[in-house]
Design a protein around this ligand. Structure first.
Ligand code: NAD
Ligand code: ZN
Length: 432
């Protein structure tokens, strides 16, 4: 049996550190481009809803084609493309074809604006004299994902006389994307919007799927709407300025897709995590594409989260307790998810649902991504229990968790597990 303590002692040996070598990107084989999602408890027949055009050119050149990879999110009349590639902000037509009306408001923050705002305004206006572009630059941070800051967006939109045929553009990470999306959903009862995500977290997760919203002081993301963009434009070059901790945090969600539904992708990540950490543009583009395909497919099957979409929360119930326990902002979301994933995997193993090789592989890949594999000591069992509301809900069979079950790439969303096993996992990872 692999105990939690042995897990937390798997350490990255410096002598074998992949970072000492020039990153080598392992190109996907023709075979593994056709991923094979399996969901133990949800799908019997498989239908591919997310389709990609233009498979990445497997020649290792940095000047990869100007043609973006496109992943389509299939939601009937609310379908939209996700464009992925290097240099896409230098291709004005990609953005311009999704702008409705003559007025555009770019919503960004004080960190991202100096880096990319000019480029985006240029892309929107070049050879396009009919469009007027305004911007609103919000303070940076999760603590500003609130009603007061949202009002600044509305204020600017009203002042700039935006009408129902105008377009909002979200330029930034998940905080900006969530907030701008909610502003677009509610301004004049809904106007067009475009996502230009600039963090890994936003490019592989938050910009896709239409969950938008803000925080309330009593809880995260409690006020919001499901609202889909016109398109998502992912210029992978924007990741060059992202701090390393933010980069790694996003990889926690990439790893999640492999674990819950795409074993081949997980295996690819095991071979290419060093290239991802070194920001190899081709490796990044491939990981983002495959993550978007997985997310798009889940969202197409279950847009409003009646079941399947919940599997995207692997590690998030434990992770949320960690984020709350250490205080928001201390650990990045992906860091908490990483430690939470290790706990969910440990619990799956204790239940006898997965074998120990998966436990080890999860610990190893998270360490390669320089992500934590156990919660901070300050988060106690009591904190976990109160945040997870274990005492009451598990007795009622209501605390449902995403756990791994079966071979790599399979998961279940279930409340049907032995309560003692959850206690054992909590005891293994924290002080009482
Ligand atoms: N809607 C969804 O489905 C969904 C899914 C996951 C997360 N989220 C939300 O996303 C948020 C987290 O997103 P995040 O991790 O992107 O955090 P973030 O938006 O706070 O961005 C992280 C930091 O990176 C900076 N930054 C952004 N792009 C940069 C760039 N290219 N170069 C340099 N710095 C850059 C930001 O200004 C910020 O300081 C949370 O609010 C979370 O609730 C939403
Ligand atoms: Zn997440």
């Amino acid at each position: 049996m692999v105990s939690a303590s042995s897990l937390s002692h798997i350490s990255l040996s410096l002598s074998s550190s992949p970072f000492l070598h020039k990153p080598k990107f392992h190109y996907p084989t023709k075979n593994n481009l056709h991923f094979n999602p399996k969901l133990v408890s949800f799908s019997t027949t498989r239908k591919i809803y997310a389709t990609s055009s233009h498979v990445m050119n497997p020649s290792p050149s940095k000047t990869h084609s100007a043609v973006p990879t496109t992943v389509d999110v299939d939601l009937g009349d609310r379908s939209y493309p996700i464009y992925i590639g290097s240099g896409l902000l230098d291709q004005p037509h990609l953005l311009q074809r999704h702008v409705h009306g003559r007025r555009v408001l770019v919503v960004t923050n004080t960190t991202v604006a100096p880096l990319y705002l000019d480029k985006v305004v240029h892309a929107l206006t070049t050879e396009n004299q009919n469009v007027s572009v305004e911007s609103v630059i919000l303070p940076d941070g999760e603590q500003y994902k609130d009603m007061d800051t949202l009002m600044k967006v509305f204020h600017k939109a009203i002042e700039s006389r935006l009408d129902r045929r105008s377009t909002f553009v979200a330029l930034g990470g998940g905080v900006i994307g969530d907030m701008c999306g909610f502003a677009a959903a509610s301004f004049l009862r809904g106007i067009n919007f475009i996502q230009i995500p600039t963090t890994v977290m936003a490019q592989v997760d938050s910009s896709v799927g239409g969950k938008t919203g803000i925080n309330h002081r009593l809880g995260k993301n409690l006020i919001g709407a499901f609202y889909q963009p016109q398109c998502v434009l992912i210029d992978t070059d924007t990741l060059n300025t992202l701090p390393e901790r933010e980069l790694a945090s996003g990889f926690a969600e990439v790893i999640k897709y492999g674990l819950i539904r795409d074993a081949e992708f997980f295996e690819w990540q095991e071979k290419n995590m060093h290239a991802l950490m070194a920001r190899d543009p081709n490796a990044l583009a491939y990981a983002i594409k495959r993550s978007c395909e997985n997310k798009a497919e889940v969202v197409s099957l279950d847009e409003k989260e009646s079941g399947l979409r919940a599997t995207l929360n692997l590690g998030h119930t434990f992770g949320h307790a960690i984020e709350t326990g250490v205080g928001y902002g201390q650990w990045l979301h992906g860091e908490a998810v990483a430690a939470g994933t290790v706990m969910a995997v440990d619990m799956s193993y204790r239940l006898g649902w997965i074998d120990d090789s998966i436990v080890k592989r999860v610990g190893d890949i998270l360490k390669q991504a320089k992500l934590p594999t156990s919660p901070p000591e300050t988060v106690t069992i009591d904190t976990f229990k109160s945040v997870m509301a274990v005492d009451k809900k598990v007795a009622d069979g209501l605390l449902r968790l995403i756990l791994l079950k079966g071979p790599l790439g399979n998961c279940v969303f279930t409340g049907d597990y032995d309560r003692k096993t959850l206690d054992d996992t909590l005891r293994a990872f924290c002080k009482s």
